[in-house]
Write a protein that binds this ligand. Structure first.
Ligand code: GTP
Ligand code: MG
Length: 700
């Protein structure tokens, strides 16, 4: 019934969590650079072994990151190994083998950096081949057919982010789609390229000389970059190599004049769309709650429900019957764990709700990020059982905090906290109050206003407080709204109808007849059958053949709508998740060197110059390196408190520059919020959230 957004990454195929146990110290210890003589011989200072900050000799711990001074650095003599800065190369699996690391470590580390990237395929083979194989595998394993529909008429979303395992993240990886031949700036002051090359060439080999140098040396990035960017101001066309492409003018958005049909006519009784993310710690009951709601609202028939009950019982997973409506894959059902975001629909009195049921397990946070980012509002599901709420709140292992922080940084400011499994604590008011008090403090620290958080005690399994007021007398102390009521109380999100079309592609459907559809939520503008669209990053022009919303054909889609857009006149291999559909005159940026404003999350490891991170923005993800930490900011006033710090520690805000492994479609936050939000992760944790403040260098 739901479609699965398979845009995420299953890092941990083995699901054994083995990388948790692995000592990552080799990043520091193995990949070391010899410090120069000048570095080492400085009187009256000692250099921090972690962030390399030169501390005063009187300090016993690092002024910046708090690391204790090593006993071996007294009297100004340096332990070379400890003082050496990080080496920035991501170790390949081969490197790890040659470094003599044991096999599980090798496996784990490789997995961490082995994104199933959204970047463009290296050739006709690779990701898009994988799409076909995986689509057909899916159709045989479950209820889908090869026409791109499931048997309920829903859409099958192909695993188009799966990439050829041989690609990986080596510098020699030849996976980039396009490459700038020249540089120009559009009238927004943003740089664009005047020529895109076709796929299959290594980005580094195609990189202009000065740019390659700049990337090697983070310090020269900005200045060199600016000179480079301004050198071709006049030429403002993008051209793609593919035969059906045309020259594209990058116009200022201020010049854009929307047409009348792009604005909705508020028809009497029509429902507003609400993209609702269901998030929370693993096993808190997100899928059960979603399944139960669908059943209660008639979206799952009695017959279907009966089937789920029967089948789940047969597999010894009877308690997961409702979750099975969302957890469709054999693997999810077998494990009893959601792995990718399931998208389904239900109607409340006021809203047409797009339910985004997210995975809670920590290994699938990347999938939660990529799948739930279009959310307008969220339900944070809490397991009220003794010990379970506490596990979710655990700073290192619990996902309640991480999901709450992520949801807030997706721009969601209104949430319902569904305190689920109240049946397991006898519907205790004391337990509910304790959860409300502890979690409430944390939510305030994430910048959720008390007035935008609704707390509801409920039980998905016992159907208490979901679509009607509770019937169990043990909940008689509660006088607030029931869940569906609270959903109707959300404020509708404002939509950018009057801006040029922007739709980040979260998924791609390919039919056996060779038809291709791009799926996602329109962030701005509108599109209708017959519209011409620019498909980035390949900069191909395609025509909209048809549109589908909630498995039904429609003629127009507008900002806020979740749709599948069937395209023609385009090579299907040029439609990729992480790409963006744009108005032909207003291409989205395609860049790998970005300036960001970030906040390092509470409890996160420090971010250092040169740190290797996993970068996420809308449905794109890429390996990234911190090329510069420009300044620390006062998190309240936003004023610069320190220039060029050595590292950023938990709870600090900073301006940094990041160089991605490959270019992605991206936009400044000031231009498009949805395309300008970023998330940085490492070692299986989200370490920072932020926004793109500047595109330093575009189209590589
Ligand atoms: P992930 O997606 O893997 O993070 O899990 P989830 O949050 O979707 O949890 P799921 O719905 O799969 O439920 C996990 C377990 O909790 C199942 O055994 C459910 O039966 C149980 N469960 C869900 N809701 C309730 C509830 O209200 N009361 C009780 N007692 N158990 C519940
Ligand atoms: Mg689930």
């Amino acid at each position: 019934m739901p479609r699965k957004v398979n845009c995420g990454i299953d890092y941990d195929d083995g699901y054994d969590d083995d990388f948790d146990d692995y000592d990552y110290g080799y990043d520091v210890e193995e990949n070391v650079k010899e410090p120069s003589l000048q570095d080492t011989i400085k009187r009256g200072v000692w250099r921090c072994s972690v962030c390399t900050y030169d501390n005063d000799d009187t300090m016993s711990s690092c002024d910046i990151c708090g690391i204790l001074r090593s006993p071996s650095v007294s009297n100004g003599t340096y332990d070379e190994k400890r003082t050496a800065p990080f080496k920035f190369d991501v170790p390949s699996p081969d490197d790890l083998v040659s470094n003599g690391l044991h096999s599980s470590a090798q496996h784990s580390k490789a997995k961490i950096f082995d994104f199933k990237s959204s970047r463009a395929p290296s050739s006709g083979v690779g990701k898009n081949e994988a799409v076909k194989v995986l689509s057909s595998a899916k159709s045989s394993d479950s209820s889908h057919d090869s026409t791109g529909k499931d048997k309920h008429g829903g859409i099958i979303f192909s695993k188009n982010l799966e990439i050829n395992p041989s690609s990986g993240f080596k510098a020699s990886d030849k996976s980039s789609a396009s490459m700038a031949k020249g540089r120009v700036e559009d009238s927004d002051g943003r740089s664009v390229s005047n020529n895109l090359c076709s796929s299959g060439q290594s980005s580094s080999s195609l990189m202009p000389k000065e740019r390659t140098d700049m990337v090697e040396d983070g310090s020269s990035l900005t200045h060199g970059g600016e000179g480079y960017l301004t050198s071709n101001l006049k030429n403002m066309t993008l051209g793609a190599k593919s035969g059906n492409s045309k020259d594209i003018k990058a116009n200022s958005r201020a010049q854009y004049k929307p047409e009348k049909w792009m604005f909705p006519e508020k028809a009497e009784g029509s429902l507003t769309q609400l993209n609702l993310a269901i998030v929370g710690h693993v096993d808190s009951g997100k899928s059960t709650l979603s399944g139960r709601l669908l059943h209660l609202l008639g979206r799952i028939s009695q017959k279907e429900m009966h089937k789920y009950e029967k089948e789940s019982k047969l597999q010894g997973k009877g308690s997961f019957a409702y979750a099975w409506a969302l957890d469709e894959s054999a693997e999810e059902r077998e494990r009893g764990v959601t792995m990718t975001v399931a998208v389904t629909y239900l109607d409340s009195k006021r809203y047409h709700v797009v339910v985004l049921d997210s995975p809670g397990h920590k290994d699938f946070v990347p999938n939660m990020i990529t799948g739930a980012t279009p959310a307008d509002a969220a339900i944070l599901v809490i397991d009220a059982s003794i010990g379970s709420f506490e596990a979710g709140m655990d700073g290192t292992k619990g996902q309640t905090r991480e999901h709450a922080q992520l949801i807030r940084s997706f721009g969601v400011d209104q949430i319902i906290v569904a305190v689920n499994k109240m049946d397991a604590v006898e519907y205790s008011k004391d337990r509910f109050d304790l959860i409300k008090s502890q979690l409430g403090t944390f939510l305030r620290s994430c910048d959720f206003k008390d007035s935008s958080v609704t707390w509801i005690p409920l039980s998905a399994v016992e159907n208490q407080n979901l679509v009607v007021a509770p019937s169990d007398v043990r909940l008689s102390w509660y006088h607030g709204p029931y869940l569906l009521d609270a959903i109707d109380s959300f404020q509708p999100s404002s939509r950018d109808f009057s801006k040029p079309l922007l739709m980040p592609i979260c998924d791609v459907i390919k039919s056996s007849q060779g038809q291709v559809s791009a799926c996602g939520k329109l962030e701005a503008g509108a599109v209708r059958s017959g519209s011409k669209v620019l498909v980035m990053p390949f900069a191909d022009i395609a025509t909209v053949r048809s549109l589908e919303r909630d498995s039904q054909t429609c003629s127009i889609a507008r900002a806020g709508d979740n749709v599948a857009i069937n395209l023609h006149g385009i090579d299907g291999n040029h439609v990729i998740a992480g790409g963006v559909l744009c108005h032909p005159d207003f291409p989205v940026a395609f860049a790998r060197h970005l300036e960001l404003k970030v906040l390092v999350l509470d409890g996160a490891t420090p971010i250092l110059m040169g740190s290797q991170l996993e970068f996420y923005a809308h449905h794109a993800k890429e390996a990234a390196r911190v090329a510069r930490i420009s300044s620390l900011l006062d998190s309240k006033t936003g004023k610069v408190t320190k220039k060029a710090p050595r590292c950023i520690v938990a709870k600090q805000s900073a301006v940094i520059e990041l160089v991605l492994q490959e270019s992605i479609c991206i936009e400044m936050f000031s231009k498009c919020k949805a395309l300008g939000r970023v998330f940085l992760r490492t070692l299986g944790r989200t370490v920072a959230v932020g926004v793109v403040t500047r595109i330093v260098e575009e189209l590589v």
